[in-house]
Each structure stands twice: as structure tokens, then as C-alpha cells.
Design a binder for this molecule. Structure first.
Ligand SMILES: NC(=O)c1ccc[n+]([C@@H]2O[C@H](COP(=O)([O-])OP(=O)(O)OC[C@H]3O[C@@H](n4cnc5c(N)ncnc54)[C@H](OP(=O)(O)O)[C@@H]3O)[C@@H](O)[C@H]2O)c1
Length: 328
């Protein structure tokens, strides 16, 4: 790692310390596009895209299931409309390995080609297995990823929602096929600290795997705009803790942000994730959110502040199956 990038193992891809999640782009049921959030539009997404890239948050994370493919289609149109910015983008998408996809190699290659079509590209920088829900072995999944890599369709390969044991196992299966596991995308934030306390972050460091932190601002709960009196709308089941408890963490984020020229709670929360060696991928629906989140870059919490936030944080254990099946 250089000071402001991580190299993805087994590839020539580098990623910044902060990315952008695009689940909300084109999604109505959880994020309200076309339903409860009338401010989430193609224009607001384009502005979030531009502001993120301009601020150096150039890693964009999507998935075949986000908005039923709409997130990838939107990204495809953004890439095509602005080639100078497109040249700076690092593109990550995911394969949903549903249990009924028993011919996992054929299913993965078909899904990947469909994703490439929606994105309008010949290859992606990072292709991830969305969760450990396949009935097939890690050897079979590694064979499928190796086939995609061998055909030049993906530059680096990763997983998501994998435990310590699963991460070590698939990393070994990939290594036996001449590939390296580059990333493991996990829920990690001040509302879900278990990847740190369970040893998952340490295992990733040991294997040279970069942890990508999803829902890093607790699906908006750590931004300070929601509270017990004004809870978030929609079906946000990740990081879903009683807002009375969350309010105490937000108060600590505000206090620490105040000592850093008035950094916002979201910026402090993201900086905490970065300080743990993970790359947060916060969702952004508009220019303001993208710019604010990018303000997590360029400064660092000190050790005492990290320890204060560690004490304020929650463990936040949730059922893995429900997280994966929510299609986040
Ligand atoms: N691999 C997986 O299983 C999985 C699961 C979940 C997510 N992910 C990935 O991780 C990404 C991020 O996770 P997430 O979207 O669940 O949660 P998040 O990043 O913690 O929260 C994103 C939401 O918070 C609000 N927000 C963002 N920035 C803000 C700001 N500066 N000020 C105020 N509000 C702000 C927005 O919603 P509102 O404006 O509506 O409040 C936004 O959609 C996803 O987009 C996806 O790419 C992956």
C-alpha cells in the first residue's frame, strides 16, 4: 500500500482509501428512487458520480442485483457520457451465487457477461462473489473466477460476507489456480465492529486481502441527520440498532469532529473505518453527500480519538443469511 492507495493482490489494480457504493442507484424498495425519495434522480446520481471522482473517491461498487441491474446500467451511461472521468474509475461488481446456480461456472460467466453488457465495458477491475450462499465448493467457485480471469473479463477477484474460515479457504483455492484473493467486502462500521473483534480484519491483513467496508455510515444513521426522534425511512435493515443508542455514538462523532475544524459525523465515522485498514464504500445519492463523504480523506484521527470511538462503538451482530438475502 502507498499512503493513499491499496494494491489489489494478483493484479495491477490500485484503489483509493475511500470508494462509493451504488446500491441506491436505480433501487426503489430500500433506497426510494421513484418512490419515497423524489430527490434521488439520474441528475443527482450524475452529480454524485462527478463529485466523487473529482475528490479522488474513484472506486465504484455495484452488483448485478442492485435495482435488478439498473445500478450497472446507470453506471454504464455515466461511463459513456464522460470519458475523461471514466478513465479514472475503478469498477467493481458482484455475482450473486444463489443456491440453485449449481453450474456455478456457467452461471458466473453468464452473469458477468450480462454485467459487462449493462456497464458497457469489456472487463471489470474487481469481480466479487456476493456472499457465501452457494451450495458448491470453494474449489468450484475458484474455478469459475479463474475462468473469468483467464478470459480477461476481470482484473482482480474478491468475495463478500465471508468469515475468517471462508476467506482463508477460498484464498487457498484461488492460490492453487494461480490467482490471489484481492478483497473481502463486509459490513463494518461503528455500528458493526465484529469484523475487527472476530479477527477477520487481522486475517485479511495476513492474507494480503483488502477489506471493503459496506454500510460504513450505518445506512445514514451515523451522519447526524437521523435520530430517535427522526429515524431513517425505508427498509434499512443493516445497522438497524435502536436510534437512542446510535444517538450517543453520533454525539461522540460530533465532539471529535469539532476538534478537527468541524468535521461532520459521517466524515469522522468514515475516517475511523479507514484507520482500521478497511476501505469504506459509503453510498451517495447526490453531490452534497458525495462531497461530504470525500471529506473523510486527507486527515487522520489520532490514536486517542480512535480509542474513544472504539469504546462508543457497537458490536452489532446480525444474521448473515438475512444480510445476504436483503440483496445489499
Ligand atoms: N456486499 C453486501 O452484501 C453489501 C450490503 C450492503 C451494502 N453494500 C455496498 O455498500 C454500499 C454502502 O452501503 P449502504 O448503502 O448500505 O450504507 P451506507 O453507505 O452506510 O449509507 C448510505 C446512505 O446514507 C445516506 N448518506 C450517505 N452519505 C450521506 C451524507 N454525507 N449525509 C447524509 N446522509 C448520507 C444516503 O441515504 P439517505 O439520503 O436516504 O439517508 C445513502 O444512501 C452500498 O451502496 C453497496 O455498494 C454491499
Amino acid at each position: 500500500m502507498s499512503s493513499d492507495t491499496y494494491a489489489l493482490a494478483g493484479s495491477d489494480v490500485t484503489i483509493p482509501l475511500l470508494g462509493v457504493g451504488t446500491w441506491a442507484w436505480g433501487d426503489s424498495s430500500t433506497w426510494g428512487m421513484g418512490t419515497y425519495d423524489t430527490g434521488l434522480t439520474r441528475d443527482s446520481i450524475r452529480e454524485a458520480w462527478e463529485a466523487s471522482i473529482d475528490a479522488g473517491a474513484t472506486l465504484f461498487d455495484t452488483a448485478e442485483v442492485y435495482g435488478g441491474g439498473e445500478s450497472e446500467r446507470i453506471i454504464g451511461s455515466l461511463l459513456a457520457a464522460d470519458l475523461p472521468r471514466a478513465a479514472r474509475v475503478v469498477l467493481a461488481t458482484k455475482f450473486m451465487p444463489s443456491p440453485w446456480k449449481l453450474n456455478v461456472r456457467g452461471a458466473l460467466l453468464a452473469s458477468l457477461r450480462a454485467s459487462l453488457g449493462r456497464l458497457g465495458v469489456d472487463s471489470v477491475d474487481l469481480y466479487q462473489i456476493h456472499g457465501p450462499i452457494s451450495l458448491r465448493s470453494h474449489a468450484a467457485l475458484a474455478d469459475a473466477l479463474a475462468a473469468a480471469h483467464g478470459e480477461g473479463l476481470v482484473r482482480a477477484v474478491g468475495v463478500s460476507n465471508y468469515s475468517v474460515r471462508e476467506t482463508r479457504s477460498i484464498a487457498g483455492a484461488l492460490e492453487r489456480r494461480g490467482l490471489r484473493l484481492a478483497t473481502n467486502q463486509i459490513e463494518f462500521s461503528l455500528l458493526r465492529r465484529s469484523p475487527e473483534t472476530s479477527g477477520l480484519l487481522a486475517a485479511c491483513a495476513d492474507l494480503g486481502v483488502v477489506p471493503l467496508a459496506y454500510s460504513p455510515i450505518g445506512q445514514g444513521r451515523l451522519t447526524g441527520k437521523y435520530s430517535a426522534a427522526a429515524p431513517p425511512p425505508g427498509k434499512r435493515s443493516f445497522s438497524n440498532h435502536p436510534m437512542e443508542v446510535v444517538d450517543g455514538i453520533v454525539a461522540e462523532l460530533r465532539a471529535i469532529g469539532g476538534d478537527h475544524d468541524g468535521k461532520q459525523p459521517s466524515q469522522v465515522a468514515l475516517n475511523w473505518v479507514i484507520s482500521k485498514g478497511a476501505v469504506p464504500i459509503p453510498g451517495a445519492k447526490n453531490r452534497h453527500q458525495a462531497e461530504e463523504n470525500a471529506g473523510a480523506l486527507g486527515w487522520r484521527l489520532d490514536g486517542d480519538e480512535v480509542a474513544r470511538l472504539d469504546r462508543a462503538a457497537l458490536g452489532g451482530i446480525r444474521s448473515l443469511a438475512s444480510r445476504v438475502w436483503q440483496h445489499g
